[in-house]
Design a protein around this ligand. Sequence first.
Ligand code: PLP
Length: 392
Amino acid sequence: MSASHSNPARGLATRLTHAGRKPEDFHGFVNPPVVHASTVLFPDSKTMLTGAQPFHYARRGNPTTNALEDAVTEIEGAAGARLAPSGLAAISLALLSCLSSGDHVLITDSAYGPTRNLAETTLRRLGIDVDYYDPTIGAGIAALFKPNTKAVMTEAPGSLTFEMQDIPAIAEVAHAAGALVLMDNTWATACFFRAIEHGVDLSIQAGTKYLVGHSDAMLGTVAASPRALDGLVETYGALGLHVGPDDVFLGLRGLRTMDVRLRHHMASGLEIARWLQTRPEVARVRHPALPEDPGHAIWKRDFTGACGLFAFDFIDSVSLEQSHAFLDALKLFGLGYSWGGFESLAIPVRLKGARTATPLPEGGPSIRLHIGLEDVADIRGDLEAGFAALKG
Ligand SMILES: *Cc1c(COP(=O)(O)O)cnc(C)c1O
């Protein structure tokens, strides 16, 4: 990236606006071109054999992918970054970049379900020992370390149960033991949690969510601290991962407005969360930005914002069938397994089989909401129709 645009002293919104752009390289056009390519030609055999030009073969980088990698590196305050074709591919890339046969990895019990599936299938098949830990364990994680523990996977808050994690405390223990810290930071993004500055070595984003932001592409990003970068680069190259330029373009486009969108999701989400707290049908709202939330102190200490994703638990007397009637009465909220786009979404939280180290949270059925960019009054009205359907 050009020196004129790369300036970590500038504010985040400024960096989101300028990171990864090099108009001077592209005839002044504000955005980088969407380069559809495989082959790159060399002017002569000497250039070819010495590799003395910026691009050699599109899988190893092209102007479009480099623009987003440069931008993610700058936004995350990382030593470097790589793209992946989905958020889950970013998680597998990050784990494979630092784990070998015979190693041990600690994974938070609140991890995204497919992360657990990856560990239980592929990682175990490769001879990697996996243990799950209580997400709220903090520095107590030291007791779970083995001589071969090479990585700790974190995610805060957990995307179904919303427990916060003390990332700096975990990082201190891990680094003293020579292990790397990985974090699925999709919820807060680098806008609201500076993962690398808080001790994370591999900061992972399901770019599908807030980076792309419009529910129209799948993307993942991994940003590395200096000690994790070589492994990331080597494994990325070895695996042959590549993201098509149209999807990278959608990531670059989403990046420019990410901070603005997130602030709107946060404000609307908090308004709905506070309103839900007043509803007699609701036992508890799981949202770390609420002062009543058990994770609030950590959120307040480490995070600078919240996204639009949280969950609530019905009171015990609400049955599973009634909670399904609630969902079926929603008109604005779509029923869909995603979040981070412009639209509101709801899912029933099903935790069966999701925990092995810690007990499942008790209580009435839970619903996870993604609060989109619709008018808050309309969102509330839709949820009111859901509550009315409980009585039917
Ligand atoms: C969606 C999601 C992912 C995976 O992203 P995909 O692009 O769907 O593969 C990873 N982590 C969290 C927390 C997610 O919500």
